[in-house]
Design a protein around this ligand. Structure first.
Ligand SMILES: *Cc1c(COP(=O)(O)O)cnc(C)c1O
Length: 398
């Protein structure tokens, strides 16, 4: 017997669950890429992506995953030998910095560990010490998908402003866009990268670089940029094909159009509230389980947690065992722990992550938590009681 048959739930932090409506929008014949629906729709898609990011900045779209947007962002704004300040809080700012290094950009890495957010005082000291303004850019992730921390983006902006430092402020919102509010312009972010497969609920394959005019001025002198990654033809195309540097990603665009429609039909702020409430339900369950036994959320302070993903430790081999149990017996796929310790280290089996991003609702989240309760019971892992009641109470508005 398997209790896993039925609709599966992919609760890894990206790609996220694809709505049937997105899939249906993609299930159609190839369109003409020279005129007609696809050509007409792109301007509206670009405008709606800017609405999600609450920005009037410029947008370049790449047929690439998030790593492509990372490279594009760096290439258009830097020259070889420039210095980039990397604020690392898990894994993803470090991943981004590898792309910078590959382009010949120098790195100054401040690593705040695997369970903390960026410490603004330390950044302020580092920025104040840079009296000659050697630092050309500051990179950080809004939500680090490995640690599930959410960084204080307006706080980092304030640090730069108070020091009068001109560095370009670049933020990775790949895990957070359309899950956590990110008012790019209000927060003074110069450049932001995102991708379509997380909060935007579309299969992986499109990524986005939002950039303001200050960032674009750096493009004038950036010698890392190459023809394909140049954002100018993409942001200001003379011909339709230039949006994408070639053939348009036709079916991704149909899917993304449907996803954006769903977001705006629900209401952007309602989407954020749904994520915030479902995240609190998840945390309430883990708080209760954690009162007895080894299960522990990676980020202790709820105000610093992502609303899209929660990272946990439970000790090896239980992290792996729990994931395998819910996949085999409940049809729920959880994310493995990444970036906490090296994969070759046996203690890496002591972590897991649960995504609550994108197309998720009460029954999916409570179902995943109920499945986890079953796993803890089946595997004889000590845990506190009352987790499911606590999560249900949050969803009930209590
Ligand atoms: C998923 C993710 C990435 C990488 O995106 P890919 O599409 O896999 O290249 C980068 N940064 C963050 C914060 C992410 O969550």
């Amino acid at each position: 017997m398997s209790l896993a048959n039925g609709r599966e739930y992919l609760a890894i932090p990206g790609p996220s669950v694809m709505p049937d409506r997105v899939l249906r929008a993609m299930h159609r014949a190839a369109p003409n890429i020279y005129e007609g629906a696809i050509v007409d729709e792109v301007a509206g898609i670009a405008a709606d992506l800017k609405r999600v990011a609450k920005t009037e900045s410029n947008l370049a779209i790449y047929i690439a995953n998030g790593h492509g947007a990372w490279e594009a962002a760096m290439a258009n704004t830097h020259s070889r030998g420039d210095l980039c300040l990397v604020l690392a809080t898990g894994r993803f700012a470090l991943g981004w910095s590898m792309h910078a290094q590959g382009l010949g950009i120098e790195l100054d890495v401040m690593d705040f560990g695997k369970s903390s957010d960026v410490d603004l005082e330390q950044v302020a000291e580092r920025i104040a010490a840079d009296t000659e303004h050697r630092i050309k850019s500051v990179i950080v992730v809004h939500v680090d998908t490995a640690s599930s921390v959410r960084n204080d983006i307006p706080g980092i902006r304030r640090v730069l402003d108070e020091a009068g430092h001109p560095a370009l402020f670049m933020v990775d919102c790949i895990a957070s866009l359309a899950c956590d509010d990110f008012p790019m312009d209000e927060w003074g972010v110069d450049l932001m990268v995102a991708a379509c497969q997380k909060g935007l609920m579309t299969p992986p394959g499109l990524s986005f670089v939002f950039f303001n005019d200050k960032a674009d001025r750096l493009r004038d002198s950036a010698n890392c940029v190459t023809t394909y990654w140049d954002w100018r033809p993409r942001a200001w195309p003379q011909e339709f094909y230039q949006y994408f540097g070639g053939t348009a990603p036709t079916h991704h665009l149909f899917g993304l159009r449907a996803a954006l429609d769903m977001i705006f039909e629900e209401g952007l702020d309602e989407v954020f509230s749904r994520h915030a409430t479902l995240a609190r339900a998840v945390w309430a369950a883990f708080d209760a389980w954690g009162t007895e036994g080894p299960l522990k959320m990676n980020i202790a302070d709820p105000s610093k947690r992502s609303n899209a993903v929660t990272a946990l430790s439970i000790g090896a081999p239980w992290g792996n065992d729990v994931r395998k149990w819910v996949e085999a017996n409940a049809g729920v796929t959880l994310g493995l722990g990444i970036g906490m310790v090296d994969r070759s280290n046996p203690s890496s089996h002591g972590f897991f992550r649960i995504a609550h991003m994108g197309h998720v609702n009460t029954h999916m989240v409570l179902g995943a938590l109920g499945s986890l309760e079953a796993a803890l019971t089946a595997l004889d892992i000590p845990h506190g009681t009352g987790a499911l009641e606590a999560a249900a109470a949050v969803c009930a508005g209590r």
